[in-house]
Design a protein around this ligand. Sequence first.
Ligand code: ATP
Ligand code: MG
Length: 183
Amino acid sequence: MKLEKIILSGFKSFVDPTTIPIKGNLISIVGPNGCGKSNIIDAVRWVMGESSAKHLRGGSMTDVIFNGSSGRKPVSTASVELVFDNSEGRAGGEFAKYNTIAIKRQVSRDGQSIYQFNGTKCRRKDITDLFLGTGLGARSYAIIEQGTISRVVEAKPDELRLHIEEAAGVTKYKERRNETEMR
Ligand code: ATP
Ligand code: MG
């Protein structure tokens, strides 16, 4: 799965609809302090189902919605969409048949999130399932932020094991086993 575009609207500082194309081998995003670089990473993590406001550097889940600036009024919804090229079928199982995978999350001021998979409403779980075992996902090792490396180095054996299981593709099966046991 290759990330092709990130489409943001009303998300943090990205008030107007913005498409960030990821062509070729994008290696960095540069810009002055406060221009929105980290907000892009927050957006990617959010659309993949992040449910902790703290992990998105906010106090509550609706803090991701553009809350106004000197010249602009706040808006009522935020949305982020990720478009992946899946022509190599890396997304496994029932997802392998899609050449393009688009996932979208939208939130309004009441805090309700709506998720979409290729334009159709779906559950949060459908999105998290898609990324299980791919190394992507809201809390996966594909996103390494300040402090993550020292967290891995200092991790207790149990925590380290979770990273290794994700890399080995075991997480998906553990998750399904847990679900079965809960039924
Ligand atoms: P640095 O180089 O300092 O790490 P950065 O480019 O990573 O900066 P971000 O943290 O992505 O910057 O962006 C911070 C900006 O986003 C601030 O100006 C902040 O006011 C704005 N911002 C964050 N949340 C919202 C929101 N909900 N509504 C409007 N603006 C927001
Ligand atoms: Mg930053």
